[in-house]
Design a protein. Sequence first.
Length: 335
Amino acid sequence: MNRRQVIAFGGAIGGGMMVGGRQALAQAAPAAAGFPNRPVRLVIPLVPGGSTDVIARIIAEPLSRMLGQPVIVENRPGANGWIANEYVARQPADGHTLIVNNVSTGAINEALATPDRRIRPSRDLAPITNLVELPQVLVAGAQVPATNLAEFIALAKAAPTPLAFASAGVGSYQHIDLEVFAKTAGITLLHVPLRGAGEMLAPVLRGDMQLTKLAITSVQQQIAAGRLRALAVDTTERLAQLPDVPTMTEQGFPGAPTRLWNGVFAPAGTPPAIIALLHARIAEVMADPALRASQEAQGVQVTVSANPDAFATYFAADVARWTRLIADYGINTTA
């Protein structure tokens, strides 16, 4: 399933596809009778403040109203999401504990999973739906005298010690993408792994680290205030929110842009009727015109999957992409 097919549901959600969503809900409701019968926990595998945490908190309150039970957001950061993923995978498969993963904590973790891993996202979690995709921006602190990638590369080559970049952890999309950038540019950068976007901005703003890559929603205000410099956007076209910032392709670094998606999973074995009910309720939340307008104004694409199977297909394709990328560039994700 390609990206256009995935977002097609979002584009049509106010029309015919929404009828299908109501039909799925009507079919699922009798089989999921009695669910939920207590609060639902929405686990976030990263620290508060990043885009994954933000979207979970946006949907928690309206989802709570629709389910008739509190939806509690719970952060369990660490190990690039493995701690939270293992925790959720071990919970009862009854729909009362869910996880909002992103490209790093879901697809890349699956791509990197070794045989001794106790859990695998593809085996131990059940996809429910994608939520959003967020454009990515390469940013440097205001102290860094570079306004584009060529200037940053020249600065890195002239530096007596490697410039540092922040990531959300070893094996995160920032780690892999910026290692690929460094190898392609012929420079050496020092990787500093942290626990999520909520921890990554401060050291870059202070000048302790010189580069990072984050969703536009995490950096737009800091760019506007002059505290961050936007060096490039990792998108196919320039962003309306940052029209003067060229894409990576324009600056000589072509390739498929990273899609930072956020999606909801349940423990494997959760009854299909409950999965269908959760999908339908989440789709209703994401169809709200005010929510969609606020997200799109920030450059965020609402990408609700047509059904759980469609999200599973999307997830598998993303795992395959990251597996190839890591192998092709020989990225070290063991330290």
